[in-house]
Write a new protein. Structure first.
Length: 54
């Protein structure tokens, strides 16, 4: 999937963006050269917009 960036699910729903145009993220993994962190998102989920077909 190609994406133009991340948003909050509440905002995407408020704007009326249809679910076929975004992917909900339930976990966020962040990596650097010498560290890694994993976050499970419980409340206001993160989403990435799917711009593959554009």
């Amino acid at each position: 999937m190609r994406t133009s960036g991340g948003f909050w699910l509440d905002d995407v729903e408020h704007l009326g963006i249809q679910s076929e145009f975004h992917k909900v993220m339930h976990q966020l993994n962040v990596y650097s050269d010498n560290k890694k962190a994993h976050f499970r998102v419980k409340d206001n989920k993160l989403v990435v917009l799917n711009i593959t077909d554009f």
